[in-house]
Structures are given as structure tokens and as C-alpha cells.
Design a protein around this ligand. Structure first.
Ligand code: BDR
Ligand code: CA
Length: 364
């Protein structure tokens, strides 16, 4: 019996899937051999150019077992973000992973999006083949709660967008706090912002949500703007991908070219890899050095709304109101200790990270 073109194509796809499956299993086994089972992660994202690169890095890294993608409004409206996420998992042939939409707007106030920096479609105007994966029907915050309960103490939440979904998951079910292994957040900054002089975009978009997440009391690593600003994807890095023809390498090349063009127009030598570094920290914590700090999120300041205010000393001055003949005033009487609520990344091994990123995207 003759094999039709469709049958042949189907057989080819099956063979490819089997090979991919075997390679992934091999990678998972070597991750286990190198130091335990892969880290289970839920990636909350607003894809997003650098989100897309981060997602590809995660899906190509045997140290991570992605359990779900949850989509939040941020760089683009949530519906566009969901569409992008579905295109990305389709490109990676990972329709087995749930992709669920969550919050369409921040907890308070109006949504701010960033197509100016991410392109009209949010993916640097790179056009992807039609999506073959479908959205999960569950609401993202519910999915987060369900998955955390299904694998207590195992799940790391990696957040690449505004913190709205995480704050909603937490508010709906506060019992997840001690069950989450860790939160690794791309967000905030201890040295000024990008969305405003004071605030980093992800926290700027939803400061109320970020405040809830910082104050939850779970282990939290903040991989802020200051880290991504140090990890630049340059033209020479991109050249490494020029001869790679896999769909993932093509995607990263296309998005990289878009980001570099913008970065160079703004007088920078490379494009900041903000979200990918957070995934890097989930893969290999030794890529960054952290300092424990207490972070307060400014929610009311006129020019500082969304600022992550870092207490580096671990103390806060105590002031008492005293009465004096010349008039009442506050007087410093001592200092109280403030417990840290985050490990804040303060140094990053930028070149080691970029090499890791490129080798994972190349798959070599
Ligand atoms: C963050 O804001 C977004 O534009 C990026 O995707 C990243 O998550 C950097 O401030
Ligand atoms: Ca993002």
C-alpha cells in the first residue's frame, strides 16, 4: 500500500517527537545524576520579547520541569499574551503543557502595556507559524493554587510579568504560602526604574500585587532590573545563532535583532535579558550573588509608585515625639531590626549566563 504525503508527514512528526522525547528524557536523567530531580516550575508571564526568550530557555533546560504557563496582562493585553504563549509552546512542540490566562488588569488602577518596546504583537513583530496548542480552560490563579496543592513544597513560581496572578492565587488561597518551594521574581530594582525613574515595569504595572507577594512570607528571590541591565545580548552573541536553523534559534535571532535595533538606537551596546536571567537563576543559582533585604513596595508616591524600596541595613530608626520649650519634634531614640523578606540578586555572572542561554537555544 502506498503511503500518502499526509501519512509520511505524520510519520516524520512522530519520529521527531520520539527523538525529542528521548533527548529530553536523557537530559532529565543527566540533570538527576548531576544533583537531583529537575526543579518543577510554573512560569507566570506576559509574553513579551524577553519572556519569549526566557520561555525557550526554560523549555530547553533539563534542570527545569515546566508544569504550566500562566499568562498575565503586562507587556501586552492578556488575550494577546495568551495567543503569544500558545504560539511559543506550539513552536516548542509542548502542547502537553497547560497554558492558562489570568488577570486582564492590575488589582487597582488601569493597565499599562509596552508594545513600544516589544512590538505590536509583543514578540518583536516576529511572525510565528499558526499555533497548534489550545488554551487550558482553567483560570490562571486557580491553576496555580491547584498545582501547588498537587505537589506541596515542590513548585517554584517564576514570575516574568506583573504580579497580579500570583497575588490573586495567594488571596484566594493563602494556604499555598508554606507549600510553595520558592518564588523567583523578575521585577523591581534597587537602583532606579525603567517604567518610571523609580519603578521597574513589572512592579510599576501592579504595585499592590507586588506588595502582597513581597509580604507573603515565602522564600523569594528578586532578580531585578539591575541584573538584566548587566546581561546584554550583543551583535556578536547573535552572530552565533546565524547558522542555526531550528525554529527556536530563528525565533531568538528574530527577537534579538528587534531588541538590538532598539537598544542601539538608544545608545546601548546590547539588549537586556531581563526575564531570561530569572529563568537562569532557577536553572543555576550560582549565576547570581544575593543579599537578604527587606523590600517595601511604594504604592502611593506620586513620582515613586511601584518603587521597590530596599532596606540594606536591616534596621529602621525609631523616632519618638518629644516636647521641648521651642516646640515639639521627633527625636531618634534607637533602631529596630527589620527582617529581610527577599534575597535580592546584586551580582550576576553575565557572560556565563549568556553562554548558557546561547548553548541551550542552539540545543548543543
Ligand atoms: C520587565 O518588563 C517587561 O517589559 C519585560 O518583559 C520584563 O519582564 C523588565 O522591566
Ligand atoms: Ca516580562
Amino acid at each position: 500500500m502506498r503511503e500518502s504525503a499526509t501519512d509520511a508527514a505524520h510519520a516524520r512528526v512522530c519520529r521527531l517527537s520520539i527523538v525529542r522525547g528521548l533527548l529530553m528524557m536523557l537530559a532529565i536523567c543527566s540533570a538527576s545524576a548531576a544533583g537531583g530531580a529537575p526543579r518543577q516550575v510554573i512560569i507566570d508571564t506576559d509574553p513579551g520579547t524577553d519572556d519569549a526568550i526566557a520561555i525557550m530557555l526554560a523549555l530547553n533546560s533539563p534542570e527545569l520541569a515546566v508544569r504550566a504557563f500562566t499568562v498575565v496582562a503586562g507587556n501586552v493585553p492578556a488575550a494577546q499574551g495568551l495567543d503569544n504563549a500558545l504560539h511559543l509552546v506550539s513552536l516548542a512542540r509542548r502542547c502537553d503543557l497547560p497554558v492558562a490566562i489570568g488577570a486582564q488588569r492590575p488589582l487597582a488602577g488601569m493597565l499599562t502595556t509596552a508594545e513600544l518596546y516589544h512590538g505590536k504583537n509583543g514578540l518583536g513583530d516576529v511572525q510565528l507559524p499558526p499555533a497548534t496548542c489550545a488554551a487550558d480552560k482553567r483560570w490562571a490563579p486557580d491553576l496555580i493554587d491547584d498545582l501547588v496543592h498537587a505537589a506541596p513544597h515542590e513548585i517554584t513560581l517564576v514570575t516574568l510579568g506583573p504580579l497580579t496572578n500570583i497575588a490573586l492565587a495567594l488571596s484566594k488561597d493563602p494556604s499555598i504560602v508554606p507549600l510553595v518551594k520558592e518564588v523567583i521574581m523578575m521585577g523591581g530594582s534597587v537602583s532606579g526604574g525603567n517604567a518610571s525613574p523609580a519603578a521597574e515595569f513589572n512592579v510599576y504595572v501592579d504595585p499592590e500585587a507586588a506588595k502582597i507577594v513581597f509580604e507573603a512570607g515565602w522564600p523569594l528571590t528578586m532578580v531585578g532590573l539591575d541584573m538584566g541591565d548587566k546581561v546584554l545580548l550583543t551583535r556578536s552573541h547573535l552572530a552565533v545563532l546565524a547558522n542555526e536553523h531550528s525554529p527556536m534559534a530563528q525565533l531568538v535571532s528574530g527577537i534579538g535583532a528587534f531588541l538590538l535595533e532598539r537598544a542601539e538606537r538608544a545608545g546601548r551596546s546590547g539588549a537586556g535579558m531581563y526575564d531570561p536571567v530569572a529563568i537562569g537563576v532557577a536553572i543555576d543559582r550560582t549565576l547570581v550573588q544575593v543579599t537578604p533585604m527587606h523590600i517595601d513596595v511604594e504604592t502611593t508616591g506620586r513620582v515613586t509608585r511601584g518603587e521597590t524600596v530596599a532596606n540594606r541595613s536591616g534596621r529602621v530608626s525609631r523616632h519618638e515625639l518629644r516636647t521641648f520649650p521651642e516646640g515639639d519634634r521627633y527625636v531618634a531614640t534607637g533602631a529596630d531590626r527589620v527582617a529581610p523578606n527577599a534575597d535580592v540578586a546584586t551580582m550576576v555572572d553575565a557572560e556565563r549566563f549568556v553562554q548558557l542561554l546561547l548553548s541551550r537555544i542552539k540545543g548543543k
